[in-house]
Design a protein around this ligand. Structure first.
Ligand SMILES: C[S@@+](CC[C@H](N)C(=O)[O-])C[C@H]1O[C@@H](n2cnc3c(N)ncnc32)[C@H](O)[C@@H]1O
Length: 227
């Protein structure tokens, strides 16, 4: 009995996460990327409070995984409209949140899609969201940002430049990935810490966003290629 417990606990926890995500979200098409459906919430603060109350106590991260962020929406749109970017290639969706970007890559023929997250709820959401869209995305609870993203040939990042400390880690990570030959694509709706001079714009979209999260209903969002 005791010997079996350690290996059973993560499975039980993941199962509880899946039930929680299904209960607290609605499965619906992503505005601007209607080809993809995600388990999404309406009210971030209410969901965050419920998550802390029921699932972990104070100190859990905000439920980024329950929303399609403008940067991710733009990258997903770009990938769906430019399948040659990912077709037959190994893709890493870094800081994947819901897994939206990884799902888009998988739908357009990526060979392997890994979606890396540091939030266990996000990893559960990625699995659910991949399944409902009929694709395989390998969600991983791992921080890869000190590496170079190998072996991915394409590194996709939606909305990762919204905090100074995070940006200070993500820019060198993305630069290391580009230096070893990976194609690096970032989606960003004008966040404060994106160093624009290091990137080349490849597309710009008017992305509908959740007004409660962004204080507006549409954000001009740019898809950038590093280098
Ligand atoms: C604003 S959300 C963007 C999610 C998704 N890419 C999108 O655009 O919808 C940022 C995400 O980055 C994740 N994150 C932050 N630091 C990370 C790290 N070092 N490795 C992986 N994920 C990270 C957070 O957990 C959060 O889900």
């Amino acid at each position: 009995m005791l010997r079996g417990m350690p290996s059973e606990l993560p499975t039980l926890q993941a199962g509880a996460d899946l039930a929680f995500i299904r209960r607290e979200t609605e499965l619906k098409p992503v505005p601007f990327v209607p080809e993809i459906r995600l388990h999404m919430a309406e009210d971030a603060i209410a969901l965050w409070e419920t998550t802390e109350r029921e699932r972990g106590g104070a100190g859990l991260p905000p439920p980024f995984w329950a929303f399609a962020w403008a940067g991710g929406v733009a990258v997903a749109r770009y990938v769906l409209d430019h399948p040659e970017l990912v077709d037959g290639r190994a893709v890493l969706d870094i800081a994947a949140g819901s897994g939206l970007v990884g799902v888009a890559a998988a739908l357009r023929g990526a060979k392997d899609v890994r979606a890396a997250e540091i939030d266990a709820f996000a990893v559960s959401a990625i699995g659910l969201n991949a399944e409902v869209n009929g694709v395989r995305v390998d969600g991983a609870l791992v921080d890869l940002v000190d590496g170079d993203g190998a072996p991915a040939e394409v590194v996709l990042a939606g909305d990762v430049f919204y905090e100074r400390a995070m940006a200070a880690r993500f820019l060198p990570f993305l630069e290391r990935a580009a230096a070893r030959g990976a194609t690096v694509i970032v989606g960003d709706p004008g966040r404060a810490y994106l160093p624009r001079d290091r990137f080349t714009a490849v597309a710009a979209y008017q992305v509908p966003v959740v007004a409660d999260l962004e204080d507006t209903s549409v954000k001009t969002t740019t898809v950038w290629r590093l280098g």
